[in-house]
Design a binder for this molecule. Structure first.
Ligand SMILES: Cc1cc2nc3c(=O)[nH]c(=O)nc-3n(C[C@H](O)[C@H](O)[C@H](O)COP(=O)(O)OP(=O)(O)OC[C@H]3O[C@@H](n4cnc5c(N)ncnc54)[C@H](O)[C@@H]3O)c2cc1C
Length: 437
């Protein structure tokens, strides 16, 4: 059976190489990644997804699911690329404080629906990141020190399994698969909808204060003090960035899940650094959380590298301060801890606690004439940090060329691999970072 048989099998759209719009449909959000796939299917609904999986099973192909392509790796030649963006329904139950969202939904719309009831989901920094890929990989952001990993807030998932059957998975129906889906990535089933807990958030205060680069040492001192002993409701991130043609800048970003006056007082040390260039501090609603870092929401060619830091002592600070930002765009440090380092209520999924106190995220433009220099910039910083980097990585911060094996401890990886072999013995489903590679 040829790949073109997909057209009669599904109700959604099928695009094959050489056809108008194919290149555009196959292109991920990270435009530096090429995806030489055999077909791009935009599913009309969950039954369509089951039909795609059964077609792949019969024809020996692999299905790669990507609502947005934020986590694309490019390593998917010959696969069927499944777009789930049309499965974007969102319903919020304010009494039970839960949400049910289709697997194509993006965080910005979910947060808007939750905010209307004084609630929040555990979104990350960017409103156009997909709920599903983020959550299956663990998912952490401004709300996580208080409420933990997004994966651990999931209460049920509707999936199409590797045999093309629709199933509802919860702790009661299939504890082993439920565990794997909560943080183990997209290798274990194609999610068609997720249900997760929302959290009360009547007040939120946050923003960014930025300074010229000559304030970097002071900003680091303030950042270190703020993140040491902060209440779980306060998350603080530091950024060094340099946009093309602009001067290097340092910024402290934060979110406080509570009363604005209390948040202002907790972060008053930001006022002691003179010469602020911008100051966006203010009360906000959870659907405006993306405004803090104002990351790009349009497709971008990018290269990234994520790491976990053992500490923010003098040696680490010196290495990071002395590295020029360019040719990178951004050096970000996120304060972790709080509920991210603890076992979630009701037990964890595959994500488990992360005890490193900080995450480092390096970002550069993935343009051909810059890529080698950007990678060398990543390597210089990482090598300089030596043993202050543990080698473990949050799954959602993995970059093309990296392996899922760095995101899990050995016992978790073994358990995930056993589940993958049992549930998808013919390798019909492929995550962006497969657990078997
Ligand atoms: C600008 C930007 C900001 C980010 N900020 C954060 C952040 O604050 N915190 C954080 O933790 N991460 C963050 N990330 C990383 C992000 O969470 C991952 O890239 C994630 O994989 C994106 O999910 P997606 O669905 O949007 O991407 P896609 O590339 O479309 O999907 C990624 C992978 O998720 C899996 N997947 C997606 N949908 C399904 C499905 N229906 N069924 C089964 N598997 C599926 C697949 O393995 C797929 O390859 C950010 C990324 C970017 C580009």
């Amino acid at each position: 059976m040829g790949i073109d048989a997909l057209r009669t099998a599904v109700r959604g759209t099928v695009l094959l190489p050489g056809e108008d719009d194919f290149e555009q449909a196959a292109r991920p959000w990270n435009t530096a990644v090429r995806q030489p796939v055999a077909a791009v299917v935009t599913a009309a609904d969950a039954d369509d997804i089951a039909r795609v999986v059964r077609h792949a099973q019969r024809t020996g192909r692999t299905v790669v699911t990507q609502p947005t392509g934020h986590g694309a790796t490019g390593d998917i030649a010959g696969a069927i690329l499944l777009r789930t963006g049309l499965l974007d329904e969102i319903s919020v139950d304010p009494d039970r404080r839960t949400a049910r969202v289709g697997s194509g939904a993006q965080w910005g719309r979910v947060q808007a629906a939750a905010a209307a009831h004084g609630l929040t989901g555990l979104a990350g920094s960017n409103p156009v990141v997909g709920v599903t890929g983020y959550t299956l990989g663990g998912g952490f952001g401004w709300f996580s020190r208080a409420h933990g990993w997004a994966a651990n807030a999931v209460t049920a998932l509707e999936i199409v399994d590797a045999a093309g059957e629709r199933q509802r998975i919860s702790a009661d129906t299939d504890p082993e698969l439920f565990w794997a889906l909560r943080g183990g990535g997209g290798d274990f089933g194609i999610v068609t909808a997720l249900e997760f807990d929302l959290f009360e958030l009547p007040q939120l205060y946050g923003g960014r204060v930025s300074w010229p680069a000559d304030r970097t040492a002071e900003a680091f001192e303030t950042f270190t003090a703020l993140t040491t002993g902060a209440p779980a409701e306060l998350s603080v991130w530091l950024q060094r960035y340099q946009l093309p043609g602009a001067a290097p800048t340092v910024a402290i970003d934060f979110a406080f899940l509570g009363d604005p006056a209390e948040g202002r007082a907790l972060t008053s040390s930001l006022d002691t650094i003179a010469g602020a260039l911008t100051d966006t501090r203010g009360a906000m609603t959870p659907d405006r959380i993306g405004a803090i870092t104002a990351e790009p929401t349009d497709p971008t060619p990018s290269l990234s590298r994520g790491e976990l830091l053992t500490d923010l002592g003098d040696a680490v600070v010196k290495t990071i301060i002395e590295a020029p930002v360019a040719p990178l765009l951004n050096i970000q440090i996120r304060g972790l801890g709080g509920a991210l380092a603890a076992t979630g209520p009701g037990g964890d999924g595959a994500r488990g606690p992360v005890t490193e106190p900080y995450a480092l995220y390096l970002l550069g433009l993935g343009l051909p004439h810059l890529a080698d220099d950007v990678r060398a910039g990543f390597a210089a910083i990482v090598d300089g940090l030596g043993t202050h980097i543990t080698g473990a990585k949050p799954y959602t911060f993995l970059a093309p060329g990296e392996s899922a094996s760095t995101a899990f401890d050995p016992a978790t990886l073994t358990r995930l691999r056993e589940i993958k072999r049992a549930r998808d013995p013919h390798g019909v489903l492929r995550a962006n970072f497969p657990v078997l590679e």
